[in-house]
Write a protein that binds this ligand. Structure first.
Ligand code: ADP
Length: 519
């Protein structure tokens, strides 16, 4: 116990000796002094673990001495036990008020002194231990927080680097891929035997699929690193859905499926990101078509506090135990060996991530063999924006309204083109493949055609050649909208009779400017 030190302050030598004896026998290290001033000095230089203090001292009053110990470090927390012949309650109260921890009256019992000294030293030491543990703990927490912050920052940096890398590699891969697609289109004009035609169509399918996979991966990685920017506007969700459903209906009917939609409150305004909303719903309807072999696809929409859009199908369905799993990136329920449907397994992961980033969610109910219902619930974005369908209405006054046939196999792209053109006052007709383009041309007699060059059934090049072969369409302006941006691609398009070329991704301004030349 030699690390427990007691300072006795008493002007009576005999009492000092007796107390010293009692404490030293129990292993305490004892120091004594007879005056207050001296006690103050010793306390400051070498603070003990306990003061035993007489109240009546020749120089400083014991109570005052206690107050001074308590007023500053290093003695502020050191316990003080008064040891005095003054018995009154008032004196005891004054002692506690001055900061004393205990009070022993003279004449004292040895045991009484020992027990009180032991208790208060133990209390004092435990408190200090606790304090130092708290300090260490706080230090550890601070250090851990610092380490976590550094780890988070470096993870964010790495994530950003990953996104940038993906964006670069996407561009680097897309350019030669567009070259491959362009060459495949050119190849199609050469005579091919049945085998070659099959190889050609498989190669085209794979190249297009690869291009879609890259778009999905880029979207997903941008969402993952939260670098995807949202563009909120006031829109009319009902109108957005109406257009989207009409486009998807063609796909559904091709597969022998029925498609219906009920969109009450179609005029109601709602602030959201139109492109991303279309992307989510397009994916949900696309899946409903993909994973149904018969039955009806029903789209319903309501707007109250939030926008609620449900897409119900009567297709293959999903086991209840797996309805959460399907939102995992790259996860597909079909075994890769028996897989019937193409896809990346990223569509739902992207859709959910987009919904969550906009403050919403996607819910799913499904039963194997009976179909599925996916519901998007989206709160309104809280900021005022101009009504999107009013954008560009002014530009309609700058020229006549055109009848435009848009030929494009990607539903989201066709939706966007249609939206921009209709907002500028044009009337838009659409076709989803090369054969449909030629049929629709007869039906709508357009003033202008926007032609995607990479199309299913008949390529853009075949379409333009057939058009130019007919007398009545020799002078119809046809703008190629294409990802094939190489100079030789453009030359071959022009050679085939294309009037002008705009490259994807198309900006609103570029499109309106190109179309405006034919007003
Ligand atoms: P992909 O369709 O490209 O495979 P998704 O992320 O869109 O990827 O969907 C993940 C998986 O969820 C699909 O592979 C499919 O197994 C399942 N799934 C999605 N929608 C439906 C649906 N409407 N009916 C049945 N299964 C579905």
């Amino acid at each position: 116990m030699s690390d427990n030190r007691v300072l006795i302050v008493d002007d009576n030598e005999m009492i000092r000796d007796v107390l010293t004896d009692i404490l030293e026998q129990e292993g305490y290290e004892v120091d004594c002094c007879s005056l207050g001033e001296e006690a103050l000095k010793r306390g400051e230089n070498q603070p003990p673990d306990l003061f035993l203090l007489d109240i009546s001292l020749p120089d400083i009053d014991g109570l005052e001495l206690c107050r001074r110990f308590k007023s500053k470090n290093p003695t502020a927390a050191v316990p003080v036990i008064f040891i005095s012949g003054l018995l009154g309650m008032e004196e005891k109260a004054a002692g506690f008020k001055a900061g004393g921890a205990d009070y022993i009256t003279k004449p004292f019992q040895n045991l009484d002194v020992l027990i009180r000294v032991r208790t208060h030293i133990q209390l004092y030491k435990n408190t200090r231990l606790l304090e130092s543990m708290m300090d260490t703990l706080e230090e550890k927490v601070e250090q851990r927080t610092r380490e976590l912050r550094i780890a988070k920052e470096s993870a964010e940096k790495a994530n950003l680097a990953k996104t940038e890398f993906l964006a670069n590699i996407n561009h680097e891969i897309r350019t030669p891929l567009n070259g491959i697609l362009g060459m495949l289109d050119l190849m199609k004009k050469q005579p091919m035997n049945d085998d070659l035609e099959m190889y050609h169509s498989l190669a085209s399918f794979s190249a297009r699929h690869l291009s879609a996979v890259f778009s999905d991966i880029l979207d997903y990685s941008q969402l993952d690193s939260q670098s995807l920017k949202f563009n909120y506007r006031t829109l009319r969700a009902g109108e957005v859905l109406e257009k989207l459903c009409r486009l998807q209906q063609i796909r559904a009917e091709e597969k022998g499926l029925k498609m219906t939609w009920t969109l009450p409150g179609a005029e109601k305004e709602f602030v959201s990101d139109e492109v991303r909303l279309v992307q989510i719903i397009n994916n949900l309807i696309g899946n409903a078509v993909k994973y149904s072999n018969n039955g009806t696809i029903t789209v319903e929409c309501s707007i109250r506090d939030e926008l609620v859009i449900s897409v119900r199908d009567e297709g293959v369905g999903i086991p209840a135990s797996r309805t959460e799993e399907i939102f995992t990136p790259f996860l597909q329920l079909e075994s890769p060996y028996t897989k019937e449907h193409s896809g990346t397994g990223l569509g739902l992961a992207i859709s959910r991530s987009l919904a969550v980033s906009m403050g919403g969610r996607i819910e799913v109910e499904s039963e194997p063999g009976r179909g599925s219902c996916f519901t998007l619930l989206l709160p309104e974005h809280k900021a005022p924006f101009p009504v999107s369908s009013e954008k560009g209405t002014g530009s309609a006054e700058t020229g006549r309204s055109l009848k435009i046939l848009v030929v494009e196999d990607n539903t989201v792209n066709i939706y966007l083109l249609q939206n921009i053109l209709e907002s500028a006052g044009h009337e838009v007709f659409e076709a989803l493949d090369g054969e449909e383009a030629l049929e629709e041309l007869e039906n709508c007699s357009p003033d202008l055609m926007l032609l995607d060059m990479g199309l299913p059934k008949k390529s853009g090049l075949e379409v333009i050649r057939e058009i130019r072969a007919r007398e009545e369409y020799k002078s119809l302006p046809v703008i190629a909208v294409t990802a094939y941006s190489q100079r030789q691609d453009q030359e071959s398009f022009e050679e085939a009779g294309i009037t002008a070329v705009i490259t994807k991704p198309v900006s609103e301004g570029e499109l309106l400017e190109a179309v405006g030349r034919f007003r």
